[in-house]
Design a protein around this ligand. Structure first.
Ligand SMILES: O=C(O)CCC(=O)C(=O)O
Length: 253
């Protein structure tokens, strides 16, 4: 039956565009992954993983193991089908410094990803606890059904999105927004069309998550994105036009 149980989770995901919290990693497992991430962050500096580095699952085994954990792939299969390609991974970290105003503006993921159709799904893995105080993700359930909207540029300093994009205020009704609170080791899944954001970290501790961007092999990349090296992690990629890379490490059984 899989980690999501009956089909209720998949039906809710289709309606809401977001599903959480889903228990995937045990406290011991995520503590080991956090230690690996801490070493990576220390070696590379805080900003490197922060800079939307989309391919570190290709050279960091801990990131590959997180992204391709069989339980996570099982969740994704239940939501989007048997054939799964990882398009990229990112780290979203906000540090516990009350003076740091880093936030994520309201946006839809697939606006600028150059995909046709623009359909992708993200697993957000909580490396640290993600709480209202430390700036957990927020999302507006159901906002995934209105198509992609034109984004503008944020006028507020501190938006950590790659091109400072933001959905104009008049298009965002945040009255129905939910706080995607997760314990370390839990994950959420969101649709690439859902309106989502996150507030600044007002706590004294780090809030870090790793995102894993999934597509199905029928999706095409219509914009050249050399930093993305899609990799097939489940099922068949037959007939795909995606420039599939070899898996950097073996998949877990
Ligand atoms: O981690 C965050 O605060 C935002 C994440 C996000 O925007 C995304 O996963 O697309």
């Amino acid at each position: 039956m899989g980690i999501l149980g009956t089909g209720v989770g998949a039906a809710r995901y289709r309606t809401d565009g977001i599903l959480f919290p889903i228990d995937v990693f045990t406290p011991e497992e995520i503590a080991a992954y956090r230690a690996a991430f801490d070493r990576f962050e220390q070696a590379e500096g805080r900003d490197r993983p922060q800079e939307r580095n989309r391919a570190r699952h290709h050279d960091q085994e801990f990131a590959w193991r997180l992204a391709t954990d069989p339980r996570l792939l099982d969740v994704m299969r239940q939501l989007i089908g048997p054939d799964l390609v990882i398009l990229g991974t990112d780290f979203f970290c906000k540090y516990g410094d009350p003076s740091a105003d880093k936030f994520v503006a309201w946006h839809q993921d697939t606006t600028y990803w150059g995909l046709e159709p623009p359909v992708a799904h993200t697993a957000w893995i909580a490396i640290d606890d993600s709480t209202i105080e430390n700036g957990c993700m927020r999302a507006i359930p159901g906002s995934n059904h209105g198509g992609l909207v034109t984004h503008g540029e944020s006028e507020r300093a501190g938006n950590i999105l790659s091109v400072n994009q933001e959905i104009p205020d008049e298009l965002v009704d945040s009255s129905g927004a939910v706080d995607v609170v997760l314990r370390a080791g839990q994950i959420s899944i969101h649709d690439g069309h859902i309106f989502h954001s996150s507030n600044a970290n007002r706590s004294t501790s780090r809030r870090c998550g790793m995102t894993v961007r999934f597509v199905t092999p029928d999706v095409r990349m219509v914009t050249e994105r050399s930093e993305l090296r899609p990799v097939l992690v489940a099922g068949s990629g037959e007939g795909t036009s995606l420039p599939l890379a070899d898996p950097p490490f073996a998949l877990s059984a």
